[in-house]
Ligand binder design. Structure first.
Ligand SMILES: [Zn+2]
Length: 325
């Protein structure tokens, strides 16, 4: 169970389920210092873009903090203890080569995970048709025991386990179009026949996992490496031929999206050549599949995307596609 589920939002009668946007100001208070990619400005740019008139129909909710129980359904207690101990009262504390904590980081991480479970609650209960979570830090690199790659808790993994434990979902599909491979998701679900994890990603590239031969204990992992310089045609081919048929065959009860936009042409951390229409086109195709296979249930979680203006434009295209689903 998560904190804050029984709030006024859930009590409200919703006659026509809409797209839900879940976010929280704490996402801005996770400071990482200058020169690092995962800046608060990313969320500011997204918030500004989603305040445009064409997003007036979005239902908006504040992210609750995840419970310890939800976190520990995925992560080792030692990770939570390490983060609680490392959180500084002032200034910045280094956790590793690419991990920094500020006084606001732990709350941001707890609410990023809580936003994911809250969105699952709303979508499973039909309080929303689908949902987008605009929070940071991101999640797909976090392993059972370790924070890494800007990720503290694995938000998508926590959402998937929550859908199964709290809502009786039998099969959860997670699709990931971030430019980086979600090594944490692959590790966590390697032996889990109830979860299908599918990723397209640049390869070779950080975190240097995700070869096509890495398929999971139950053939429940689908990795499609893309060469540096790949663009919309290669991306569409990867999804059309290798990933979408697997999602359809899996017959999931809910579809989770790791929505990373660092495959954008101008992103400083990626070498792919995608543009916002490619993300929108894929989102529409995922929404079509969800309409047929999951009664429309999609929860999409922000992962990467490190040039704020381009990120915001891509998120707007993605959320616009979810609203039109
Ligand atoms: Zn990424």
């Amino acid at each position: 169970m998560i904190v804050g589920v029984k709030g006024s939002i859930c009590a409200r009668v919703v006659t026509s389920p809409a797209t839900l946007l879940v976010t929280h100001a704490s996402g801005l208070a996770h400071e990482v210092g200058p020169g690092r990619p995962d800046q608060p400005e990313r969320l500011r740019a997204i918030a500004a873009a989603l305040n445009a008139d064409r997003f007036a129909a979005l239902r908006r909710a504040e992210a609750p903090a995840a419970s310890r129980e939800a976190i520990l359904a995925v992560h080792a207690p030692s990770l939570l203890e390490r983060l609680e101990k490392a959180a500084p009262r002032s200034g910045l504390a280094a956790l590793g080569p690419d991990m920094v904590m500020s006084p606001g980081s732990l709350e941001a991480a707890l609410r990023a995970a809580g936003a994911a479970t809250f969105a699952v609650d709303e979508v499973m209960r039909r309080g929303a048709r689908n949902a987008f979570v605009a929070m940071r830090p991101p999640g797909h690199h976090a392993t059972r025991e370790n924070a890494m790659g800007f990720c503290f808790f694995n938000n998508a993994a926590i959402a998937a386990r929550h859908a199964i434990a709290a809502h009786g979902a039998e099969r959860v599909a997670i699709v990931d179009f971030d430019v980086h491979h979600g090594n944490g998701l692959q590790e966590i679900f390697w032996s889990d026949r109830n979860v299908l994890y599918c990723s397209s990603h640049q390869s070779p590239h950080y975190p240097f996992t995700g070869a096509a031969g890495e398929r999971g204990e139950h053939d429940n992992i689908v990795n499609v490496p893309l060469a540096k310089g790949s663009g919309g045609a290669e991306f569409a081919q990867a999804w059309t031929e290798a990933i979408l048929p697997r999602v359809i065959d899996f017959r999931p009860d809910i579809l989770l999206i790791c929505a990373g936009f660092d495959g954008h042409l101008h992103d400083p951390l990626g070498g792919l050549r995608l543009q916002r229409q490619h993300f929108a086109e894929l989102t529409l195709r995922l929404a079509e599949i969800a309409a047929r296979r999951t009664d429309g249930r999609i929860v999409s979680l922000l992962e990467g995307g490190y040039r704020p203006d381009d990120l915001a434009a891509c998120v707007a295209a993605h959320v616009g596609a979810l609203m039109g689903a």
